[in-house]
Design a binder for this molecule. Structure first.
Ligand code: MSP
Length: 655
């Protein structure tokens, strides 16, 4: 039996819209952590899932004309839904919970009842403010400029009979937990919680609703549904079998080692969740880590910001591993980071193509070129090797220190320092010069390549949690079998066999042409914007009435096009020579060159208003105006000249 256990969770996602790359951020981080712990030999439980109740989902389903369950089923299980996304991103969760799962529903009813029975939940009247999109209740004093302090949107007045949780009673214990222990990290979040929520006074929390039905019913009081956060937070224990018999590993894995959560939901995890567990008499999770947000243009990411943040598009273009790597390499986990396409491409080019990709391909290519892919046993070491070897053998410890603190960026920085040092080692040893005299230098050249392969191996073991598929390919290229891929082996030197066989494979991280790619992404973005525009837009009708006599003053006539030409120096105007039935030609200029070629209009019967005062355009006189129909399609203005039956004689009056 393995007594090294590690239980890690992500927040369970709202299936109210498709997920974007910001949502994937936390799950990728959790996945890297889970893989790292498995690599270290832990028995890992990695839980994720979906949080499917609440008014927002009920409203969205209504809008879509489906039931709430049909709505969430589609976003969770449907094409490009939550499950598909985690599969795409190579997420290795051990369990997936949906809060609509029957075992969870009945466990929540039992949890609610236990807290009611022990007096921590009581019935009262709720008066306050409610933010619909966040599904959060607020007191007047918590609002910021009268708006929701989380999302800045309008709140509404709410008053109804409701159940309350005695959160106020737990204020001191929660405060001590936050201030006196490492329960919540990074530390800056502790000050935020204590100053913003605990010091002003923790009020009892409204934990039931009667104004909508899409929630878990309070079974002993029909009409009430359980507040969605009580339902959602409990997922971390119901998914292990707490108060249900669907699973039976609550004793084994609880308390969780860490809950990874975004900074805006730290409040729920570090105040409400421990208080709930205190009320239930259950152990508290060991840690809550509040990570920062991925921002877009300095603001919060949202689906409405288009497809730049679509993880499907990004992983299709750059590969899943490159995307996973970028997310954890480019931003410190505890702080916000600004996502840009440029940063993504540069990270791929610099770290993956130039540094890692180059190291692997140069090393394997030279092993093939100089030794036919199999290194000879005879080797010759040199003073020059010492620094690389000691840097590499010490890497695991430096990496571990950072990983244990969830500092993924720093852990990767340590690995890449070694990768860069190895590239420098190639230049210092100039294998191409050694290869000029194989008889004299063969053993030294073999040793240089062996040292490089060992360095690549150690780095690859430690990169596996971040880029599992690419690392598997690198192991195959450098001839590293299962024993050379273990955590133990990452702190050892000389694990690859002396006569290791190497096979240069595909280029794992092709370099991207930055400017070309940015232009292409702009084009894709523009197209997506257009596709999102309404198909056809028609100008609204005028409110203002025109009296009949005024209308009758306009003289509309059928006119036949005798000639039509482009106007010199104008890309807009066409010049028409028209038969208007009077016997004299009428000239009209019209700005429609964008839609018609002159020759396609000759002979057509059009409609013109002929009693407008003449006006000059590009130095030529226009005697009237042709009538067109206009509308907007996908953001583009469209125009159609009004053409009438050719049987209508020139000059016929239209009335
Ligand atoms: N359902 C709740 C969580 C309940 S946990 C008991 C929820 N869901 S969510 O879908 O809105 O968000 C899930 C996670 O995604 C949150 O941790 C949130 O911070 C994270 N992110 C959403 N957008 C994000 C970024 N742009 N950047 C980083 N994380 C982001 O909250």
């Amino acid at each position: 039996m393995n007594d090294k256990k590690f239980y890690i969770t992500t927040p369970i996602y709202y299936p109210s819209d498709k997920l974007h790359i910001g949502h994937a951020y936390c799950t990728v981080a959790t996945d890297a952590m889970a893989r790292y712990k498995r690599l270290c030999g832990y028995d890992v439980m990695f839980l994720t899932g979906t949080d499917e109740h609440g008014q927002k989902i009920e409203d969205k389903a209504k809008e879509a004309g489906v039931t709430p369950k049909e709505y969430v089923d589609n976003i969770v299980e449907g094409p490009k839904g939550v499950l598909d996304l985690w599969k795409l991103m190579n997420i290795s969760n051990d369990r997936f919970i949906r809060t609509t799962d029957g075992y969870h529903v009945s466990a929540i009813q039992k949890i609610f009842k236990q807290m009611y029975d022990n007096g921590d939940i009581y019935k009262g009247t709720y008066k306050g403010k409610y933010c619909k999109p966040c599904e959060s209740f607020w007191t007047e004093s918590q609002l910021v400029d009268g708006k929701c302090p989380d999302c800045g949107r309008d709140v509404v007045d709410a008053e109804e009979e409701a159940y309350f949780f005695r959160l106020s009673m737990y204020a001191d214990r929660v405060r001590r937990l936050l201030e006196d222990t490492d329960f919540l990290e990074p530390r800056s979040r502790v000050h935020e919680m204590v100053n913003n929520f605990i010091k002003p006074g923790l009020e009892d929390l409204c934990v039931s609703r009667t104004s909508f039905t899409w929630g878990i019913p309070v079974d002993f009081d029909p009409g009430h549904v359980v507040y969605v956060w009580i339902d959602a937070l409990s997922n971390y224990i119901t998914a292990l079998g707490f108060m249900n018999d669907r699973y039976d590993d609550y004793e084994k894995y609880w308390p969780a080692d860490v809950h990874f959560v975004g900074k805006e939901i730290v409040r729920f995890h570090s105040i409400i969740w421990p208080a709930m567990l205190m009320s239930l008499g259950e152990p508290l999770p060991k840690k809550v880590y509040g990570h920062g947000w991925l921002l877009l243009g300095g603001g919060k990411m949202s689906k409405s910001k288009g497809n730049i943040v679509d993880p499907y598009l990004l992983s299709e273009r750059y590969g899943v591993d490159a995307l996973r790597f970028f997310l954890l390499r480019s931003f410190p986990f505890g702080s916000d980071g600004n996502f840009t396409n440029e940063l993504l491409i540069q990270t791929i080019n610099v770290d993956l193509a130039n540094d890692l990709g180059n190291l692997v391909s140069r090393t394997t290519a030279m092993a093939e070129k100089y030794f036919g892919g199999k290194l000879p046993e005879a080797k010759q070491s040199a003073e020059l090797d010492k620094e690389l070897i000691s840097l590499t053998t010490g890497l695991r410890a430096r990496y571990e220190e950072q990983m244990e603190r969830f500092q993924f960026q720093n852990a990767l920085e340590e690995v890449f320092k070694v990768v860069q040092r190895a590239n420098k080692y190639i230049d210092e040893n100039a294998p191409w010069t050694l290869a000029k005299d194989m008889e004299a230098n063969g053993p030294r050249l073999a040793h240089v390549l062996y040292n490089l392969l060992e360095t690549v191996r150690v780095c690859t073991v430690l990169l596996t949690p971040f880029m599992p598929e690419s690392c598997e390919k690198i192991f195959a290229q450098i001839g590293a079998g299962p024993d050379a891929q273990t955590w133990d082996s990452a702190a050892q030197w000389g694990v690859l066999p002396a006569a290791v066989s190497v096979a240069k494979g595909e280029n794992l991280f092709p370099r991207i042409d930055l400017n070309k790619e940015l232009a292409e992404l702009d084009r894709i973005q523009e197209e997506a914007k257009k596709a999102a525009l309404p198909a056809i837009e028609i100008e609204p009708q005028l409110e203002e009435k025109v009296d009949f006599d005024t209308f009758c003053k306009s003289d509309f006539r059928a006119v036949k096009v005798k000639d039509c030409q482009n106007v010199k120096k104008s890309d807009k105007l066409l010049k028409f020579t028209l038969d208007d039935g009077t016997g004299a030609d009428r000239q009209i200029l019209s700005g429609i060159a964008k839609w018609y070629k002159p020759e396609e209009l000759i002979g057509k019967t059009l409609v013109a208003i002929v009693n407008l005062p003449p006006r000059k355009m590009m130095g030529q006189e226009s005697q009237g105006m042709l009538i067109s129909a206009v509308h907007t399609e996908k953001g583009e203005e469209c125009l159609h000249l009004l053409m009438v039956d050719d049987a209508i004689p020139a000059g016929a009056k239209l009335c």
